[in-house]
Design a protein around this ligand. Structure first.
Ligand code: AMP
Length: 280
């Protein structure tokens, strides 16, 4: 695996690969890699001639300075995992390489950011838009891989690609979970042992809510039941639990056709903010 820390070095290398007509797959990450990230890499390796992974903890998408400071950074271990998974290129720039000065451009995503993460993390999706646009311009991938775990992010990235005509095929991969149902996340390593034992309850509430909706219980009632379940669970502080259209992300008043309903949740467990969703 080749590792690059500079935009110029990576561009030179990829230019040559492109001349040789290599199809380039790209997996942007913030590192502290787990099996969910590695599944994205493995899919990219299967579907492309050359796979590029970026590891960059993007400061402009953090609305909480404490979260940015405490974000786990494990570059050496990440690099080994990527190599084992068959990744060809790692791009791991410093902040000053990506942002020689603080960016003055910003993005708005209209109705996609007036709900859920957009409400609770002001400026977050603008920061995501900036880094994804930059990385697409640097890597110029044929395909880029994102996890359904960050459902709203996938909608924002699709809008970015559509509205700005990026020639990139966006592939969404399923959420990988621990055996007890907890969605894998880099932030899970920050949970205390006690918090880790109760963390899977988040997924249990999503599953119960899904079951109720499939049984025909009205959307608003199912949502209230889920709210009540959170209120009864010690340790969690619920930010939102929304039942939305899986594409527009707008709240639903009744369940739609199969695969168009999404239940999305964000909750603090101690100091750690967890998100998860189910689409069905
Ligand atoms: P992050 O490093 O958290 O920015 O995530 C990088 C990519 O991995 C994003 O597209 C995430 O949606 C995806 N991802 C994170 N957790 C999971 C998971 N548990 N399963 C599948 N994909 C994931």
């Amino acid at each position: 695996m080749q590792t690059f820390n500079t935009v110029a070095g990576l561009r030179r290398y990829l230019q040559q690969a492109r001349l040789e007509k290599a199809a380039i797959g790209f997996v942007p990450t913030m590192g502290a890699l787990h099996d969910g990230h590695i599944a994205l890499i493995q899919t990219a390796v299967r579907e492309n001639d050359l796979t590029v992974c970026s590891i960059f903890v993007n400061p402009v998408q953090f609305n909480n300075p404490d979260d940015l400071q405490k974000y786990p950074r494990t570059l050496e271990a990440d690099s080994l995992q990527l190599q084992e998974a068959g990744c060809d290129v790692l791009f791991a720039p410093e902040v000053t390489e990506m942002y020689p000065q603080a960016p003055i451009v910003s993005f708005g995503f209209g109705p996609l950011e007036t709900v859920m993460e957009g409400t609770f993390r002001p400026g977050h999706f603008s920061g995501v838009g900036i880094v994804v646009a930059k990385l697409f311009n640097i890597v110029e991938p044929d395909k880029a891989y994102f996890g359904q775990k960050d459902l709203q992010q996938t909608a924002v990235v699709r809008a970015l690609v559509r509205d700005l005509s990026f020639p990139v095929d966006i592939r969404i991969c399923p959420t990988l979970r621990e055996s007890d149902g907890l969605a894998m996340s880099s932030r899970n390593t920050r949970l205390t042992a006690q918090e880790r034992t109760i963390a899977p309850q988040l997924f249990q509430v999503l599953k119960t809510c899904k079951k109720e909706l499939l049984a025909g219980i009205p959307v608003e009632t199912a949502r209230q039941h889920a709210d009540a379940a959170f209120a009864a669970m010690e340790g969690f502080r619920l930010e939102y639990l929304e039942i939305v259209d899986a594409v527009s992300l707008q709240p639903l008043t009744r369940r739609g056709a199969p695969e168009t309903t999404a239940i999305c949740v964000a909750a603090y467990l101690g100091e750690v903010r967890l998100i998860d969703n189910l689409v069905f």
